[in-house]
Design a protein around this ligand. Structure first.
Ligand SMILES: C[S@@+](CC[C@H](N)C(=O)[O-])C[C@H]1O[C@@H](n2cnc3c(N)ncnc32)[C@H](O)[C@@H]1O
Ligand code: SF4
Ligand code: SF4
Length: 333
């Protein structure tokens, strides 16, 4: 299939998915063209806001053959966010996966903690055609990263980001920072902007809310860090916006995008999250198959899972506003 005909097909598939959402169909006639796929749940850091360090499940990498098995089940696929709850660069087959995706004409993006960088990654970076890279940069002072992103070290982080930027300058079509803002790093926003400028980022996003990952256990661990509950951050954000503007850095401030009765969640109609074990989870806000799983791609065809009774019921619950507890946090009414 030529690039042009793929584009046309994607246009049609996107239209069908959007239409299915608008009509709140129970059965979706086409499979998603965008997915989140977790290449690993191994991680080298222990961030205080992330469930990964607290999980008791087996830590492992997705294998290349498993990756291909999943991708082959999704004929409409145009984009894979190759990331879940783990550090993507720890998977030794990551670049083979990206190249495989390229063979299928699929674009790839990922988020990295910036604390894994070596010759193999450098080599891989230079061989791929194009990808979107986001680096999580929550702070640039060692005192603060030791609270938020335990195991990270600022000198190494900065060095790795500079190398990653340089090595991907011909292959990365979007190089951005993502910062989760808590009470601990709210005073370090300007240094993130200036560092972003120094490595020529395409954009920086400040996420002003914490995900509780729909789990009671995690909710209890991260709850006291939620900045929106304890601190009026407007003046820091205004200052950051001015500095970004003066330095021509594109800054996005992401506040919680609450769904409402009239603006319902789109995920169950258009997109899926697949974890490293092949479990299909409704979205990346949940990410955790222990909370809910729709089926397993290694045990059942994805086509069947996507229109299974379980998925149909899930869509019905979203449509009728009979929200599960783990969905209630995404809604303001
Ligand atoms: C789960 S990590 C996986 C990728 C990689 N390990 C990293 O840290 O960039 C993806 C993003 O989720 C963010 N994150 C982790 N816990 C979060 C939480 N409770 N609320 C919001 N974002 C969170 C991380 O800071 C990171 O930017
Ligand atoms: S946020 Fe990323 S780096 Fe931090 S523990 Fe979670 S998966 Fe690891
Ligand atoms: S409403 Fe439910 S399915 Fe939708 S993003 Fe939130 S947790 Fe996920």
């Amino acid at each position: 299939m030529t690039k042009f005909s793929r584009k046309i097909r994607n246009y049609i598939i996107t239209g069908v998915l959007k239409f299915s959402f608008m009509l709140k169909l129970k059965r979706i006639p086409v499979l998603p063209n965008v997915i989140d796929l977790e290449p690993t749940n191994l991680c080298n850091l222990k961030c205080s806001h992330c469930p990964n360090p607290y999980w008791v499940r087996k830590k492992k990498n997705l294998r290349l053959d498993q990756f291909e098995y999943i991708v082959r089940q999704l004929p409409n696929l145009m984009y894979i966010k190759l990331q879940g709850i783990g550090e993507p660069f720890l998977n030794p087959e990551l670049f083979e996966m990206i190249r495989k995706a390229e063979d299928f004409g699929i674009d790839v993006g990922l988020t990295t903690n910036g604390m894994v960088y070596n010759d193999k990654i450098r080599d891989g970076m230079q061989k791929i055609k194009k990808m979107k890279i986001t680096v999580s940069v929550d702070a640039l002072s060692n005192d603060v990263v030791q609270i938020l992103r335990r195991g990270s070290h600022i000198d190494t982080l900065k060095k790795n980001i500079a190398s990653l930027r340089e090595d991907s300058k011909f292959t990365c079509n979007d190089f951005s920072f993502w910062s989760v803002i808590t009470k601990d790093n709210i005073h370090g926003l300007l240094s993130i902007i200036m560092f972003g400028k120094s490595v020529d980022v395409n954009s920086i996003s400040f996420q002003m809310f914490l995900n509780d990952w729909s789990s009671e256990q995690i909710k209890n661990i991260i709850v006291d860090q939620k900045i929106e509950d304890i601190y009026d951050y407007q003046s820091e954000i205004e200052e950051a916006k001015i500095m970004a503007n003066e330095n021509k850095v594109q800054l996005n401030v992401v506040t919680q995008n609450y769904y409402t009765r009239n603006n319902k969640c789109i995920w169950p109609y258009t997109r899926i999250f697949i974890d490293v074990d092949g479990n299909v989870v409704p979205c990346c806000i949940i990410s955790d198959a222990a909370v809910i799983t729709m089926g397993n791609v290694f045990e059942q065809p994805l086509q069947e899972i996507w229109n299974s009774e379980k998925y149909i019921q899930f869509r019905e619950d979203i449509k009728t506003h009979n929200l599960r507890d783990y969905c209630k946090n995404c809604y303001s009414e």
